[in-house]
Design a protein around this ligand. Structure first.
Ligand SMILES: NC(=O)c1ccc[n+]([C@@H]2O[C@H](COP(=O)([O-])OP(=O)(O)OC[C@H]3O[C@@H](n4cnc5c(N)ncnc54)[C@H](O)[C@@H]3O)[C@@H](O)[C@H]2O)c1
Length: 348
């Protein structure tokens, strides 16, 4: 399958006012898709109308303010679309522990509401889910493949795993084409910069640009797999295309076999495949802005849900989606700093 599969198609992005969702909205409009975003602009997350600069008010872009747990609303929206990218979520590991019922509501009930809307849609849309490395949690194998046994260490990870499995059930029982991406830690433009509860690299950039010290918990020697947002968006676009192929049942991929080879379900890791010591990235960010690093003891609420080293294996994704990360950490940081040097105030 070649060519632009989004040309003149209608796409729904849940959580589309946030970091990944809004970057995806821009990329899809550039492919001439009609984009509808549904977002509840919950103050704890990254929903920001500034992210739609250049899109708001233009033809082919619609914004609907609402909650994905509102079944009637999402059913109405999904009735008219060819693709659903489901990104709306409670995103903070720490908050998932302090407010587990909110996490359950948004990440599980919200996902079921969206999947029901997809199932009932006469257009039979492709469904792409924004999964996470948190599903694997503290990895029992490194690099972690799609077959590594999930070992989530917080409620966020458990509920995102449940949400991924909901997709697998809808694929098996209702033949909904489902692609779940297990994304590592992303950074880049259009991320909220007001809180360090998630999106830690962006948070460090925020502190550095404000001349505030950057606090690293413990030694910071744990390895992390960081991904620049443009690479993540490319993976989403390829996942939607892969979903179309699943719909036509033209392909199976190794991971699709988990749900049975005939089921239109696939899971792909989306990461850089490189493990970098956390402290070295923090150092790099501090140096770029002439800021300082402080090493402090782990707060108990963070240490108890720390996963240790994480590196994502991209073999299946390369084979199935033809995707691998192409932006270096330095290039990504350069673009991130350039964006926030100009726009930081809009994100605080
Ligand atoms: N950014 C990353 O590093 C990363 C990594 C792995 C997975 N993910 C997943 O990607 C998705 C997007 O994350 P992000 O980093 O863009 O975060 P974000 O906070 O910038 O975006 C999330 C958006 O979802 C909206 N939202 C939250 N709950 C909602 C609800 N109940 N109804 C409607 N809208 C709701 C928020 O208002 C926000 O605009 C999430 O599902 C997250 O779990 C992100």
């Amino acid at each position: 399958m070649s060519g632009n599969c989004y040309e003149k198609k209608h796409v729904l992005i849940t959580g589309g006012a946030g970091f990944l969702g809004s970057n995806l909205a821009h990329a899809l409009r550039a492919q001439n898709a009609t984009v509808t975003v549904v977002d509840n602009f919950h103050p704890d997350y990254g929903g920001n109308e500034f992210n739609f600069t250049g899109l708001m008010g233009s033809t082919g872009f619609n914004l609907e303010k609402g909650n994905v747990t509102n079944q009637k609303l999402v059913c109405e929206l999904a009735a008219e679309v060819d693709f659903v990218f489901h990104l709306a979520a409670q995103c903070s590991h720490v908050d998932s522990m302090s407010n587990p019922l909110l996490d359950l509501d948004f990440n599980c009930r919200g996902t079921l509401a969206v999947l029901e809307a997809v199932r009932l849609s006469p257009r039979k849309p492709v469904y792409v889910y924004a999964g996470t490395r948190a599903i694997i949690g503290a990895p029992l194998q490194l690099p972690a493949t799609e077959s590594t046994l999930p070992n989530p260490v917080d409620i966020y990870g458990v509920n995102k795993l449940a949400a991924e499995h909901y997709g697998s059930v809808y694929a098996r029982v209702y033949r909904v084409p489902v692609v779940s991406l297990r994304i590592t830690n992303c950074f880049g433009p259009r991320h909220q910069m007001k809180s360090g509860k998630y999106g830690i690299l962006n948070w460090f950039v925020s502190l550095a640009l404000q001349g505030k010290p950057i606090k690293v918990f413990g030694t910071g020697e744990q390895l992390r797999d960081y991904l620049f947002v443009d690479d993540a968006i490319e993976a989403f676009l390829k996942a939607g295309r892969f979903g179309l192929q699943l719909k036509g049942q033209e392909v199976t991929c190794p991971k699709a076999q988990l749900a049975g080879t005939k089921n239109p379900f696939a899971v792909f890791n989306v990461g850089s495949g490189k493990g970098i010591p956390f402290v070295s990235i923090a150092q790099k960010i501090a140096e770029k802005a002439g800021s300082k690093l402080e090493q402090v003891a782990w707060p108990a609420d963070r240490e108890s849900i720390e996963t240790g080293d994480f590196i994502s294996d991209g073999t299946t994704t390369q084979a199935g989606l033809g995707w691998c990360a192409s932006t270096s950490l330095d290039q990504g940081l350069e673009k991130t700093f350039a964006f926030y040097r100009e726009h930081l105030k809009k994100y605080l």
